[in-house]
Design a protein around this ligand. Structure first.
Ligand SMILES: [Zn+2]
Ligand SMILES: [Zn+2]
Length: 124
């Protein structure tokens, strides 16, 4: 590949923004990829920032917590319904199947989401 601005010069890399070939003279190293010295430095900085932000949003590259917040909500509901069921049984001596079915349902959903998140490597 040759430099886009200097046809006689070999390119040392390409701009992260516009993908043109760049020689030593034209390239600016942003630290995370090369940019055209004149026109693309800001664009490449913005691209890097967008990538950093989306990495943070989706927690890419960080260690996944054992139980993610979304899954935690399902287990909380499961515990809540289970707790109500147990309380009702102990305090009033009657068994409400409904609360246990709800509790069980939330556990099933929680485990299902947990497994699915693991496969997709989603941490939310
Ligand atoms: Zn460029
Ligand atoms: Zn050049």
């Amino acid at each position: 590949m040759k430099c886009f601005n200097h046809i006689d010069q070999d390119a040392i890399g390409s701009c992260k923004s516009c993908c043109k070939g760049l020689c030593v003279e034209c390239a600016h190293d942003t630290g995370e990829g090369l940019a055209c010295k004149e026109t693309c430095i800001n664009d490449v900085k913005e691209i890097n920032e967008i990538m950093d932000r989306s990495k943070k949003i989706y927690s890419i590259g960080t260690k996944a917590p054992l139980i993610t917040s979304g899954v935690m909500v399902y287990f909380l509901f499961a515990a809540l319904f289970g707790g109500i069921g147990v309380y009702d049984y102990l305090a009033k001596g009657r068994l409400k199947e409904f609360t246990f079915i709800m509790s069980f349902g939330f556990i099933i959903i929680g485990v299902y989401v947990l497994i699915k998140n693991r496969k997709l490597k989603l941490n939310c």
